[in-house]
Write a protein of this length. Structure first.
Length: 641
């Protein structure tokens, strides 16, 4: 009784789904739903000057689907290039359905709110090194420094003595005031959330570990544009070199102060910053903290149009010309730029977005990672790393068959994950475990996205119809190229046969001259060409002239009606005299013939190719109708709106 009840419920669900989107047509065993047909019918109608009658569209639609069926029969949907193209389109099409706009907007608002402020900060940095052992040592070092700071050690002193940031030797780790978007996300979060004097926990960036000390906050000052003239002073400069640079910048300052309009020219000729000197000293737009502190302080305190007195930075002496300033943009102005930034794969927030997507899809598709299997993989990798033996063990045998993921109540075995990450190699066991975790996160997300794409195709008509349209359109294009377009343009024998069978359909109202138009340096060269071409096959004439008389003559095939080419008219139809083009002195047409009608397909190639394509297509359609069955559900067709 229970089984019958379950079967009855299943049947009712199927009937309900069929009633919601019934099959309107079956082509070679492939069903076409009413929603797909209506979508394409309405789209076609919108592109017409007047609506196409339904019965006419049905016949056109049948042919469209028959061609797609033929493409499948030819295996065009199984090629690697087609699969890549469809995967790309499916990803682009499904992406909006998988984006949590609320979460994305939270990140945008957070970034915008931070852009309203500038934050003062200090940091101590310890580089990770190149190996997991060096990274572990760096982590131990930074933990020890954090403990010293917690016990009251002087932050600036430790920064000068221990930080791997070379500027800390002189500035004690002071970063000055900075604006949002300049540092990695976790580092930025520490800078903008710490209170004044508060110490962060250990902050990890791609290349280092950091301890951040919070500072003051102030309203953002926007961005500025400026030009500068610089005289570089090396860090180990002698007093004499320092004095010479100072005197040089003072001399330049007197010139530009007396004649501000000369600033760009002076920068181009005298500035040691060769990158900006090429643009008259102009720098890109920049915000707070993007320039060294003295430069930053000076330029933001200046008025637009003002030229500063010489300013000393760690790089040398500068004269600054402030040319423009912008305030903080509004949210609507900033939103596109902020969206682009937080979704950029180089930004850590893109990782947060991907992790959030994984969490969201895992809830929907009941996804989970088998912790026991993952621990077994990590135990193996943690001893021997990621090597060929690992992949061999994962490819088959008991390890390969172990379930690693569960999605929609279906297990994903280790072997599929191993195939996904087969290119990864890492001899360092600790680094290999980290690589495994990163690869698994990407693989898990990929399989969840694929599950969601499958769900969308089954449950979202708009998505399904767009996907079907793109897939069938691509297949239609590829099969048409193979069966009609390329065949017509490349089948020279077929074109010639078709032309001969329909020669009477191709006529001219004016006689045409056909031959090889040659322009020669002088009459002697022209005579040499005439003698050389005697006995040369027609299809080799052009090659012989261009190769053997290069620089002395030019040649091109011509087929020209009277009145269409002044030079041909002069040579063949008694037209007004026309001089040879360029530096040539003599023109003539070799093997010239006056034709009243085309003599071969090449003479009217465009028209013959078009007509031959039409013939090939008509024959193809006739073959399709006899080869693939089409069944139309007339009752459903009558309900089409």
């Amino acid at each position: 009784m229970k089984n019958k009840l379950i079967a009855g419920v299943g049947l009712a669900a199927c009937l309900g789904a069929w009633a919601a989107d019934p099959v309107i047509m079956t082509v070679d065993g492939v069903d076409v739903t009413k929603s797909e047909f209506e979508y394409l019918y309405h789209k076609n109608s919108q592109q017409q000057l007047s609506p196409q009658p339904l019965d006419e569209y049905v016949e056109m639609f049948k042919i469209y689907k028959l061609k797609v069926a033929d493409a499948r029969a030819e295996g065009l949907d199984t090629t690697a290039s087609f699969r890549r193209e469809m995967a790309q389109y499916r990803g682009d099409l499904s992406a909006p359905y998988m984006t949590d706009s609320t979460f994305l907007n939270q990140l945008v608002m957070q970034a915008y709110e931070r852009s309203q402020q500038e934050a003062e900060a200090r940091h101590i940095m310890i580089g990770k090194g190149r190996s997991s052992a060096e990274a572990a040592k760096a982590r131990h070092t930074i933990d020890s420094i954090r403990a010293l700071l917690a016990d009251g050690a002087d932050f600036g002193l430790l920064a000068r003595e221990l930080s791997d940031d070379r500027t800390a030797k002189t500035n004690g780790g002071y970063l000055g005031y900075t604006s949002a978007g300049r540092f990695p996300y976790d580092f930025e979060t520490a800078v903008f959330t710490l209170g004044e004097g508060e110490l962060s926990d250990i902050v990890e960036s791609p290349m280092a570990y950091h301890i951040v000390k919070g500072g003051k906050k102030r309203p953002a000052r926007g961005t500025v544009q400026a030009s500068h003239i610089m005289k570089m002073v090396p860090q180990n400069a002698t007093p004499a070199a320092e004095k010479a640079a100072h005197e040089a910048i003072d001399s330049i300052y007197r010139v530009v102060k007396a004649n501000p309009s000369s600033f760009a020219a002076v920068a181009t000729s005298l500035s040691d910053d060769k990158g900006s000197a090429r643009n008259g000293g102009q720098l890109p737009w920049f915000g707070a903290g993007e320039m060294v502190a003295p430069f930053d302080s000076a330029v933001f305190s200046m008025s637009v149009g003002e030229i500063s007195e010489p300013i000393r930075t760690q790089f040398g002496w500068h004269i600054i010309h402030k040319t423009d300033q912008r305030g903080v943009p509004s949210l609507e102005e900033a939103r596109p730029r902020l969206l682009e930034r937080i979704t950029n794969p180089q930004d850590d927030r893109s990782r947060l977005i991907k992790a959030h997507q994984t969490e969201m899809l895992a809830r929907k598709h009941k996804g989970s990672v088998k912790s026991g299997t993952l621990n077994a993989l990590k135990a193996r990798v943690g001893v021997s790393g990621l090597d060929s033996l690992f992949y061999e063990a994962c490819a088959d045998g008991s390890l390969g068959r172990m379930a690693l993921l569960t999605i929609d109540k279906k297990d994903v075995p280790v072997s599929e994950f191993a195939e996904y990450m087969h290119g990864y190699r890492q001899a360092d066991p600790a680094a290999a475990v980290a690589t495994l975790d990163k690869a698994l996160a990407a693989f898990y997300n990929k399989r969840l996205v694929e599950a969601e794409q499958t769900w969308l195709e089954a449950n979202q008509p708009e998505y399904r119809n767009l996907l079907n349209e793109y897939r069938d359109g691509s297949l239609l294009y590829e099969v048409s190229v193979a069966k009609v377009w390329d065949k017509a343009s490349k089948d020279q024998e077929g074109l010639e046969r078709f032309f001969n069978m329909h020669r009477g359909d191709y006529t001219w109202t004016e006689p045409h001259v056909k031959g090889l138009l040659i322009n020669a340096a002088d009459e002697e060269v022209a005579e040499q060409i005439r003698r050389r071409l005697d006995g040369v096959p027609a299809d080799s004439l052009l090659t012989v002239v261009r190769k053997e008389f290069a620089g002395k003559a030019s040649a091109e095939r011509v087929l020209a009606a009277a009145g269409s080419n002044p030079l041909v008219d002069y040579l063949m139809f008694g037209g007004p005299e026309v001089e040879a083009p360029g530096n040539y002195k003599v023109s003539f047409i070799y093997d010239a013939r006056i034709l009243d009608a085309p003599e071969e397909a090449a003479d009217v190639r465009g028209m013959v190719t078009s007509d031959y394509q039409n013939r090939l297509e008509a024959d193809w359609i006739e073959e399709l109708r006899s080869r693939y069955p089409v069944k139309v559900n007339e009752k459903v067709l009558k309900k089409v709106k």
